[in-house]
Ligand binder design. Structure first.
Ligand code: DUC
Ligand code: ZN
Ligand code: ZN
Ligand code: ZN
Length: 485
């Protein structure tokens, strides 16, 4: 075989194995893995470093308007570049429907934003804020295009679709093998807290953390799981931030529920004390659900270790500390009017490697599973997520010994801060490859704007998740009556 590229002298790590071998690449695919591979138009010396599947970032807000119309700071160029510097080969941001928009228009809009700009392969999860009959009728066309996951909200007045709307979405998703992702926070509990805090004149950024109680997440996760179980549909809980919420996920997985979940570095690394800074600086650490406390961090790490979460995702939601972002409603805005979200797409993997692998909390194989392999499986990304013949050459070379201090410059995003500023990390991606193309090498961008391709995804794989229809929807237990699916 004539290889386009051979990566030699590296140590390959997958979700199952660690072994020393060379990789031969032809036409963007891994063509051979062997002890010594000769040839290659280009030979890349890995110098004994780690070769892992490039990260698959399954949760990022890129070129997305919030429900109030505010555009995120990163577009598909800066967002994909930042992801690549952080060791990711592929990402799956959201295409967001706002009320009244047709889904076809939403997808066309995001195609226009992504295709000319992305340096990495990409797909979208479709956010649905308005599950009208017309919208539900559009969904089969969305699956046909390989967009096989949705996100819905249980919170925010302009986004939440109510329990009935969720049942409609879950039912359509089930019919087509799609996965419904949910932002689980009880909207009325948050609004009630906001009212009480406002009545007491408590409007500083730190009160954002108080306004979204842990119980609001726990209640909503419980409810979301119950809705999914009624119709026996698959559900993915995004950005789990509480020990109680994670415990529900763990319990339901044990019971065979068709359930998946993620947490994010901010919930493992930051606490509500980070919001308690002079002036408005705490706004840097405002995201929803909010960061919690030290005990939560310990509990969430246990769940990362023991398999409650498929993935650790960034939830990159970049808003600058100025009128274009956090302070669109004024420099002194009360916390409910400060834009919600924090950046972190380039820090996800260095953080997880450093605090996870280097500190001995997780194995290297778990790192690969949590950063890439599980996202590929959960979201139906074929031919990515591992290093094996026939798979895309989506590979990151990691120097496990590199020590760095997190800086804004290292993020390569379009932000004016990083919430991880000053964090010491051990382990760093020195080269990122996507479909055989070197995208980032030794701190330099090597790829062209727009080289990334849209990835059509497969239906959700529910192997090992038996589930069960609620008895009232089970024909045999329902006086023999068929109820429309
Ligand atoms: N949900 C997210 O997933 N990200 C940012 C803010 C939010 O509400
Ligand atoms: Zn809009
Ligand atoms: Zn969310
Ligand atoms: Zn998000």
């Amino acid at each position: 075989t004539e290889f386009d590229t051979v990566i030699h002298s590296g140590r390959i790590a997958t979700a199952s194995d660690i072994f020393d071998a060379d990789i031969g690449i032809v036409d963007g695919r891994i063509a051979a893995i062997g002890e010594k591979i000769a040839g290659g138009a280009r030979r890349i010396d890995a110098g004994g470093k780690l070769l892992v599947p490039g990260g698959i970032e399954a949760h990022a807000h890129i070129a997305q308007e919030s429900s109030t119309g505010l555009m995120s700071a990163d577009d598909y160029y800066s967002g994909s570049v930042s992801a690549a510097f952080g060791g990711n080969s592929t990402f799956i941001p959201f295409a967001a429907q706002h009320r009244g928009q047709s889904i076809a228009d939403v997808i066309a809009t995001y195609d226009g934003r992504a295709a000319p700009q992305s340096v990495l392969d990409y797909s979208y999860h479709l956010i649905i804020s308005d599950p009208s009959a017309a919208v539900l009728e559009e969904l089969p066309g969305v699956f046909a295009r390989g967009i096989t996951s949705f996100k819905v909200f249980m919170t925010y007045d302009l986004m939440n679709i109510g329990d009935g709307g969720m049942l409609d979405i879950l039912t359509v998703a089930k019919t087509h093998g799609a996965l419904t992702m949910v932002h689980a926070e009880n909207n009325d509990m948050v609004k009630w807290m906001n009212k009480r805090l406002a009545a007491s004149g408590l409007t500083a950024p730190k009160y954002h953390a108080i306004s979204r109680p842990e119980l609001a997440e726990e209640e909503a996760i419980n409810r979301a799981v119950s809705l999914a179980k009624l119709v026996d549909a698959a559900l993915f809980i995004v950005h789990v931030s509480t020990a109680g919420g994670a415990a529900i996920v763990q319990r339901e997985k044990l019971a065979g529920t068709k359930l998946f979940a993620e947490t994010c570095p901010q919930y493992l690394a930051l606490t509500r004390n980070d919001l308690d800074r002079p002036g408005m600086e705490g706004a840097k650490f405002m995201c929803s659900p909010p960061v919690r406390d030290a005990a939560t961090q310990v509990a969430l790490w246990r769940h990362v270790q023991s398999g409650t979460f498929e993935s650790v995702s960034s939830d990159h939601a970049p808003y600058r500390m100025d009128a274009s972002g956090k302070f669109a409603n004024g420099a002194e805005a009360p916390y409910p009017k400060i834009s919600n979200g924090m950046p972190g797409i380039a820090m996800r993997l260095p953080y997880l490697f450093s605090e996870g692998v280097a500190k001995g909390r997780i194995t290297l194989q778990q790192f690969v599973a949590l950063s890439s392999t599980n996202a590929a499986k959960t979201f139906g990304v074929a031919k990515k997520g591992t290093i094996a013949p026939g798979y895309d050459a989506d590979i990151a070379i990691w120097d496990p010994e590199a020590r760095r201090t997190a800086t804004l410059a290292d993020q390569h995003d379009n932000m004016d801060y990083t919430p991880f500023e000053g964090m010491e990390t051990e382990g760093w991606p020195v080269l990122t490859m996507n479909r055989g193309d070197v995208v980032v090498e030794n701190g330099e961008l090597k790829a062209e704007r727009g080289r990334g391709r849209f990835i059509a995804r497969n239906p959700v794989d529910l192997t090992g998740k038996p589930g069960h229809r609620a008895k009232e929807l089970d024909t045999a237990q329902n006086f023999g009556a068929e109820i429309a699916p």
